[in-house]
Design a protein around this ligand. Structure first.
Ligand SMILES: [Mn+2]
Length: 511
């Protein structure tokens, strides 16, 4: 199971837009009651296919005609040829964006599921369509479309398309505050949108009704005294209100983490904020949405979406509101917390393993730039800034984790190995050099190496969600799901860490 999952997560797209050019006409469909992200994603693909001379339509279905002022402004100012259709039969290739053909939030424009492509960033709920590019960890579908477009070097994005994609990400991540995925940041830095139009759309987003809804929601916030968290249910309104309320709630003295949510578009949208070290907002958001949606973002600000259809399968009798409140409480009560400096783990019950000689990657910093220059490496876990010097190398772990290492330590611990470096990572770390304004995937310059000695460790699979505060990293913790391995070095029982279940066998073998 695991290897397949990992290959699905690779950030290289399986779908190539060039392979879709034989089908004509092309119909691109947004979800019903489209939002800025769906419109932006559809518009970018529309522009791409029309630039290659194809006949394309951009449509949405459902009874609701777009009436939000920011969306009307977006469509008019960027000249987006979006049409509303009803029960129409469409010929040719049908691409659903920001939604999945057959799901409840998108009108069916086709009897059979033939000749369909899905491009989406929500949790997968449709499994019978082979050409589906679904990446739930991305902040917006716009990011996914941008990644696909970037693979075609002959296409350059017009300013209108750049503006649309920027605004799609902006609105889907609570004004960019809940961005967590490195691809979202890559896109943000590469785009040059029309900022004056973005400014006008920002200020046409919330209605007077939304403002009143926010006021009512604040009155009904519930607070948990034992764990200092608050939960606020908001009536249906613009999702940006959730960010506004949670930014306010987290400033309250007695609130150290908070969740604000409402029901929209076939699911629950929620925002998470935290101001304490033992609750990372992005990890809490992922916990809340586990198995029923997707969540992520920053350490202090995050958000997510729960699909109602997935929820109904798991908890047929529970209201979405009750489900969310239960999950939040579970987050605080059902987690094992291990502090590596003062744990009392039963090492007798753990099994002994050796580290396998796995090829890791490394790059001497002077191979990238001049001494004294700043190197930024973008990883799934965040950006890592390293100062280039003769004595600093960069290590690249098998899951794409990146950290600096002193040259002397490297030479004492590893031997260079002439072998390709392959990562089991959803995102290949990317190097940004400010001095030369270049950026590229780190594997383009990485060399292989293998650890000298076979280190032996004690390990055991976890049975609960687990947070480990390691001795190496004071700023936060590492979080694991049940089944991930708790590992400690035999030579140093205070060196405790977690290894994901899907790569444990690759890295360790039983003694
Ligand atoms: Mn979206």
């Amino acid at each position: 199971m695991k290897l397949r999952d990992v290959s699905q997560m690779k950030n290289r797209m399986r779908l190539k837009l060039r392979t879709l050019l034989d089908d004509s006409p092309i119909v691109i469909q947004c979800h019903d009651t489209p939002d800025a992200d769906a419109i932006a994603s559809g518009f970018a693909l529309y522009d791409y296919f029309t630039s290659l001379g194809r006949t394309v339509r951009l449509v949405y279905g459902g009874p609701n005609t777009i009436d939000k002022p920011n969306l009307l402004l977006m469509i008019a100012a960027l000249d987006i040829p979006l049409e509303q259709v009803c029960h129409e039969h469409t010929e040719g290739l049908l691409i659903t964006v920001d939604c999945q053909f057959g799901a409840g939030n998108v009108s069916r424009l086709r009897e059979s599921a033939e000749n369909i492509v899905i491009i989406d960033h929500h949790r997968q709920e449709i499994f019978d369509i082979p050409r589906a590019e679904i990446h739930p960890k991305l902040g917006s579908c716009a990011t996914l479309v941008w990644t696909l477009l970037r693979e075609d070097p002959d296409y350059s994005l017009p300013t209108q398309v750049q503006t649309a994609l920027y605004y799609g990400l902006y609105t889907d991540t609570n004004s960019l505050s809940e961005i967590g995925h490195p691809s979202d940041k890559d896109m943000l830095e590469s785009l040059t949108p029309d900022l004056s139009l973005i400014g006008r759309m920002k200020n046409a987003n919330i209605t007077l009704n939304d403002m009143e809804t926010a006021g009512l929601a604040l009155l009904r916030t519930s607070h948990n005294l034992a764990f200092n968290y608050s939960v606020t249910a908001v009536k249906p309104c613009d999702p940006n209100i959730l960010g506004f309320i949670s930014d306010l709630a987290i400033q309250v003295d007695a609130v150290s983490s908070c969740v604000v949510f409402n029901t929209i578009n076939q699911g629950i949208k929620f925002s998470v904020r935290s101001c304490v070290q033992d609750v990372m907002a992005n990890e809490m958001a992922a916990f809340i949405a586990a198995d029923v949606g997707s969540g992520g973002g920053h350490v202090t600000k995050a958000g997510g979406f729960i699909a109602e259809s997935a929820l109904r399968l798991q908890e047929p009798t529970l209201s979405p509101e009750a489900f969310l409140v239960n999950r939040v409480h579970k987050y605080f009560t059902e987690v094992d917390i291990i502090n590596s400096r003062s744990h009392n783990l039963d090492t007798e019950a753990m099994s002994k393993y050796h580290k396998r000689p796995v090829t890791l990657g490394y790059v001497p910093t002077l191979d990238l730039t001049e001494s004294g220059d700043e190197i930024r490496v973008r990883t799934l876990e965040g950006d890592v800034d390293i100062l280039a010097s003769e004595n600093v190398y960069i290590m690249i772990g098998i899951q794409g984790e990146v950290y600096p290492i002193e040259r002397a330590t490297f030479e004492a611990s590893y031997a260079a190995k002439n072998a390709p470096v392959t990562l089991l990572a959803e995102y290949t770390p990317r190097v940004y050099l400010s001095a030369s304004e270049q950026n590229f995937e780190i594997l383009e310059r990485a060399k292989g190496c293998v650890a000298h000695s076979h280190v032996s460790v004690l390990a055991t699979p976890t049975t609960k969600p687990t947070k480990v505060f390691t001795k190496w990293h004071d700023a936060g913790y590492f979080a694991g799901q049940p089944g991930d391995y708790l590992v400690l070095k035999e030579s140093d029982p205070h060196d405790v860490y977690l290894v994901k279940s899907d790569i444990f066998d690759r890295l360790y073998e039983a003694c």
